[in-house]
Design a protein around this ligand. Sequence first.
Ligand code: COA
Length: 390
Amino acid sequence: MKIGIDKIGFYTPAMYIDTGDLAEARGVEPGKFKVGIGQEKMAVAPKTQDAVTLAANAALNILTQADIDAIDYVIFATETGVDHSKAAGIFAHELLGLKKSARSIEVKQACYSATAGLQIAKGHIALNPDSRVLVLASDISRYGLKTGGEITQGAGAVAMVIARDPKLLTIESPSVYQTDDAMDFWRPLYSDTAHVQGKFSVIQYINFFKDLFAQYQEQTKTSLKDFEALVFHTPYTKMGLKALQSVLEDADEADKKRLLDYYEVGKYYNAIVGNIYTGSLYLNLISLLEQNQTLEAGATVGLFSYGSGSVGEFFTGILQPGYRDHLKKEYHEKLLEEREQISIERYEAVFMDTIPNGVGDIELDIEMDPALICLAGIKNHMRQYVNKQQ
Ligand code: COA
């Protein structure tokens, strides 16, 4: 049975900053952020958007009534969840009007967890072939103002429907994965910003990719020519490029050119949205699928998933006939075009304007936020979400 991604979409908040403005404000050469880090724009989330609303907004645009009736499992991948106990998937389940006879859970392992969700979904469908599983990957990346990681922030979510006979991409077996206890990036329970050993995280990520890619090729007796394109977990676009370049040193010119050209296509959305943690790999995939002109059905795409801490996985998918007809390219391009560019002063104010820990009652102004699904406040310590369509 073929199992894989039947539908895919993303959402990102309505505001962004230009990284050139951020460079100027921080006294850094713009070339460092634009070329050295490889980021053009960075999404900024207002306090009416959190991991739940971003994910639900991403799902809204891909789900039909038939999906809503068929989905029997919601797997919500996040490292910026909103509750230590209740799964974010349950809030999303309600906001999307899914049927009660569905499971809703949350999974966590830094930026890797959406891949865990995808593989859980694949196993579930293997046992229940008529099932459709909604995998949500949603995060707001926060390192802090004036920190080394500030340029690699962002916000957004990816929603995927996993099903048999998928219209976009099959998820093939085998996949190779590994775990290594490392403190390259983490966020203690008391902190709303991440801790990172930036340079170490880059080394750890590249080493994971090299190890897993070599293991995969050995196991499957494949080589570079067997991958039409590779997509990467992309905290910032230079990071994926470094990983790719690390396996191209001895490659022949045709392989090098093809993989580097497709990397350019894949990085497009990541460069103008920023780091969305768990969803970053799948944003890279959406960008590749929607922005390429040349990838044919039958092409093999390799996917490298990495979550600090660390867990990584390499696996492949095969593009399905007519896949272009089932993408949401126009919607995504419009979403990105209609965003408002804000000043660094306003970004700093939005960044600091968070709901303080422990606040049990607060009302938020959702009219300022064009998103259909928003956080409207907190009542008696319970988060109040609104779907403006309902
Ligand atoms: N023009 C072009 N490139 C420039 C430049 C300029 N004017 N000035 C600097 N650069 C390049 C540097 O040469 C370097 O390139 P290289 O990485 O290819 O060597 C790059 O810009 C970054 O410069 P660097 O001095 O290393 O930046 P930094 O000390 O500020 O650290 C990070 C950068 C990425 C390590 C830091 O932003 C960080 O910690 N980010 C979070 C890391 C992360 O997301 N980890 C996720 C775990 S998956």
